[in-house]
Design a protein around this ligand. Structure first.
Ligand code: WQD
Length: 336
């Protein structure tokens, strides 16, 4: 089977490309490199010893995307490409709506024209907004508290309407919790632009001395130690979830939705402690005011993915921290 991976040069995309190639899939990558480096794809080739085509194309360029489908026949698409910084999305919402929504509309239109109607979509736990309780199940109410989350939610509705209009489509919507970690080789990993928004890349840069001190955004939440609790999932487990979803939509499945999480929540201070243990470094931190839009607790009920996909996250918290640290130490400036 031949799979097109949009956003395949990115953090989760590149890890998924490794597993796809190792599982015997043929792939091609489409990425505009807006928020990623082609170096990551060179490293994917190094890790797997396999080759594939890379198309530096923006999903907003309809004709360029169509040309890719003229060149290669794809059995399915895994769609990672999109802007995903929550804070930035509040500052430039129109860019986020245009990029994420129009890009996806172009992709689906071109897929249909070329008879490719199997899609795995990269959604997010942010579509649950501030859940009334945890752990979170797939049938919980959906809402978004920022433009980034809104685009994920809107695309989910678009894909469900697309299926209603044409039931030849098979679509898996994957709601990620908090991806962390890196491939065990240390050759690929998370390479945020500028100052990291997310916790673990920030902690990792403090540990390596690139940043001075972590601000812990609030310690007065109604959680075990007052700091925010999240469901951190190793990026390799997350990548594996995409292969399980591909298997699911290989046969008639319609639209299926799954949480990809571990089912275990860890607090910010848990993560700091775990990272210090894994890296042998001290992570300096201070308590700071809450970050607007943050919620207290967010972790998955992973039952549905386990029962229907046979998906189970196997990497431990120590794996997540050790693998992050190896990537950070070997690549202090990311791919640059
Ligand atoms: C985790 C915890 C913070 C940074 C993510 C992103 C985004 C989304 C998935 C797409 C929270 C605390 C963080 C820091 C801190 N993807 N924190 N100091 O908030 O769960 O959201 O969800 O939609 O990737 O929005 O992840 O890593 O930003 O924060 O104390 O410098 O760490 O308050 O409790 P989050 P995060």
């Amino acid at each position: 089977m031949r799979i097109l991976v949009t956003g395949g040069a990115g953090y989760i995309g590149s890890h998924t490309c490794v597993l796809l190639l190792e599982a015997g899939y043929e792939i091609a990558v489409l990425d505009n490199l807006d928020n990623s480096c082609e170096e990551s794809l060179k490293r994917v080739k190094e890790i797997t010893g396999k080759d594939f085509n890379f198309y530096k194309v923006d999903l907003l360029d309809y004709d360029d995307v169509n040309e890719v489908f003229n060149k290669e026949k794809f059995d399915a698409v895994i769609h990672f490409a999109g802007l995903k910084a929550v804070g930035e999305s509040c500052a430039i919402p129109l860019r986020y709506y245009h990029n994420n929504i129009t890009g996806t509309l172009n992709l689906c239109d071109i897929m249909a024209k070329h008879g490719c109607k199997k899609l795995v979509f990269s959604s997010s736990a942010t579509v649950y907004g501030d859940p009334h309780t945890v752990p979170i199940k797939e049938d919980f109410p959906l809402s978004a508290t920022n433009p980034c989350g809104q685009t994920k939610l809107m695309i989910e509705y678009i894909l469900k309407d697309l299926y209603k209009s044409d039931n030849e489509w098979d679509i898996a919507i994957l709601r990620y919790f908090n991806p962390v970690g890196a491939h065990k080789s240390g050759k690929i990993g998370e390479d945020p632009n500028g100052i990291p928004n997310n916790l673990i890349p920030y902690v990792s840069q403090v540990a390596v001395g690139k940043l001075e001190c972590l601000s812990v955004f609030g310690n007065d939440y109604n959680t075990k130690d007052g700091t925010g609790v999240r469901d951190y999932i190793h990026v390799v487990d997350l990548a594996n979830g995409h292969l399980k979803a591909l298997e699911k939509i290989a046969t008639k499945s319609g639209v299926v939705v799954y949480n990809l999480g571990t089912g275990t929540g860890y607090s910010v201070l848990d993560m700091v402690k775990a990272f210090e243990k894994a890296s042998g470094k001290t992570v300096k931190y201070k308590i700071a005011p809450r970050r607007p839009g943050d919620i207290a607790e967010c972790y998955a009920d992973p039952t549905k993915a386990r029962e229907e996909l046979g998906f189970i996250a196997t990497h431990t918290l120590d794996d997540m921290c050790k693998d992050t640290w190896r990537w950070q130490e070997d690549n202090p400036n990311g791919y640059k």
